[in-house]
Design a protein around this ligand. Structure first.
Ligand SMILES: [Zn+2]
Length: 97
């Protein structure tokens, strides 16, 4: 599981940047199409798993914004857990696509 540096959603390129510290694990900036991911939280380095989950979470907020939907933290948090579980338990590969 890797966190990309950027991706395209509905024609907009979103940039993903790591920050030493944020208020929380991540942030989705709709005005600049940027996702920020914290390298530390409470003085403790975030784990690769936490960074990946944060990426999923913030990408879901980007999806809500792209689809013109209001932010739904409950849905995003639940979807984050389920998508992360799917990736973590994935088996096999069809190779790069
Ligand atoms: Zn959120």
């Amino acid at each position: 599981m890797t966190v990309p540096k950027s991706f395209v959603m509905a024609g907009n390129r979103w940039h993903v940047r790591l920050r030493k510290r944020l208020d929380g694990y991540g942030l989705c900036d709709f005005t600049t199409h940027t996702i920020l991911i914290a390298e530390t939280v409470g003085g403790r380095p975030t784990t690769p798993e936490e960074r990946f989950k944060t990426f999923i979470h913030e990408a879901l907020h980007a999806l809500e914004f792209t689809m013109g939907r209001d932010a739904d933290e409950e849905f995003v948090s639940a979807a984050e857990q389920l998508i992360y579980q799917a990736f973590r338990t994935a088996r096999g590969s069809h190779g790069e696509i």
